[in-house]
Design a protein around this ligand. Structure first.
Ligand SMILES: [Zn+2]
Length: 413
């Protein structure tokens, strides 16, 4: 289906090409260069039957995952449909399970996450790497990954023995502007606005933002308890986090310089003034619909972000709180639970998310000059799509996935 032509230029043909939401081409062929950048998109009628029945689309972006938690898949599957699980007991189960893993379990879990993500059409992931395993063990057939090293050293007012270690880990990260072109680049992830000390957060603030800085992703405003403690020092978090900074999470990040261009994850409970801060600092928010349902959270305030002009991206979170790492499913869930149309949901997992990635050629569109990150789909009955959203249906199949023009997944048979 995707072959090398006699002049060694790779080419892919399909009965339809979804360029972007709102733009679908008929039978076409795409070519790309040795760097995996598309050089030509043109009509083509000489297709095999299999090519004619298939559709090419841009690859999908997962804006929040923990690939190293693939070993928790049973936990993620068990919760779905069972009414979810209390968050604090879930965190306890995750920590306990992780503590029992040896090298082999970790590697298997990471591979499981990567394989499932790629097989579902994911070509880029913003990953939170809490242990450093993902840095060393990423399989060859993988999506592009921004591996954001997770740093956590206690609480705002109190650092502990982990601080020095975290600062050393931060030092090891390579700014994308200083790194050679690669499909895997470094990023950073202070765990949360409530679990990182002032000196560490300030050091992170000096490394992030702008085209040259590290991508910075932070769990933010996930639970009402976290917000209550940050603002007033009250609630169940008070006993283990100590004195509260008595300001919102966004304010704390902004003061440290760590809000600039930040990718804030969850954002279920933004407080007064925080949306203005996010907009002023060019931050975005990631919603994880499947994980959100797993924990039975209150409705996500999508309209508040949209009205405030703050981009919303979609992610899966880990297999520990989701039954799949499938962005078509997340987009489907988003369309259903956020009251948005399928075309808007498609934009969130392609163009909107791509704008936050450190590879300028990844645009979330299939066009000349864009990365040859693409997915081949077969719709029920081989029908051509009328719009991008037709590719989100549960009955469509992903049969082939390419990253930078290389095949990283192909359906057997
Ligand atoms: Zn997460």
């Amino acid at each position: 289906m995707t072959e090398r032509t006699t002049d060694q230029r790779p080419v892919a043909r399909a009965g339809a090409v979804v360029v972007r939401a709102g733009q679908v081409l008929g039978p076409s062929e795409l070519r790309w260069d040795g760097r995996g950048v598309i050089t030509e998109v043109r009509p083509c009628e000489s297709l095999t039957d299999a090519e004619r029945r298939s559709v090419l689309s841009p690859g999908l972006v997962n804006a929040h995952a923990h690939l190293d938690l693939g070993g928790l898949a049973e936990l993620g599957e068990a919760g779905v449909g069972a009414g979810g699980e209390d968050f604090v007991s879930w965190v306890g189960r995750v920590i306990a399970a992780r503590a029992t893993w040896g090298q082999e379990e970790r590697r298997r879990g990471l591979s499981q996450s990567v394989e499932r993500a790629v097989a579902a059409g994911t070509t880029s992931v913003i990953d939170v790497d809490s242990t450093g395993w993902s840095r060393r063990e990423l399989p060859a057939a993988a999506p592009r990954v921004v591996r954001c090293r997770e740093l956590l050293d206690a609480s705002p007012a109190r650092s502990d023995s982990r601080s020095a270690e975290c600062l050393a880990q931060l030092e090891e990260l390579v700014d994308p502007g200083a790194a050679p072109a690669s499909l895997v680049v470094d990023g950073v992830s202070p765990h949360g606005a409530h679990t990182v000390g002032d000196p560490l957060l300030a050091a992170i603030g000096r490394r992030v933002g702008g085209a040259e800085g590290l991508l910075n992703t932070v769990h933010w405003a996930e639970t009402a308890e976290e917000v209550r403690w940050l603002l007033r020092g009250e609630g169940p978090f008070a006993s283990w986090l100590g004195p509260s900074p008595r300001c919102s999470g966004a304010e704390r990040l902004a003061r440290a310089g760590a809000l600039s261009g930040a990718v804030l994850v969850h954002g279920n409970h933004p407080t007064d003034g925080e949306l203005d801060l996010l907009r002023e600092h060019g931050a975005c928010v990631v919603h994880c619909p499947g994980s959100h349902l797993y924990f039975g959270r209150d409705p996500f305030p999508y309209a508040s972000y949209r009205d405030a002009g703050i981009p919303v991206l979609l992610g899966t979170d880990s297999l520990g709180s989701n039954a799949a790492l499938d962005m078509r499913r997340e987009a489907r869930l988003a369309a259903r639970t956020l009251g948005i149309g399928g075309e808007e949901a498609w934009r969130l997992v392609t163009e909107v998310a791509a704008a936050w990635l450190p590879w300028p050629e990844v645009t979330g569109r299939l066009e000349v000059g864009a990365a040859a990150d693409m997915v081949r789909h077969v719709l029920p009955g081989g029908a051509p799509p009328r719009q991008a959203a037709d590719l989100l249906g549960p009955l469509g199949r992903v049969t082939e996935v390419l990253v930078a023009g290389d095949v990283v997944h192909a359906e057997e048979g």
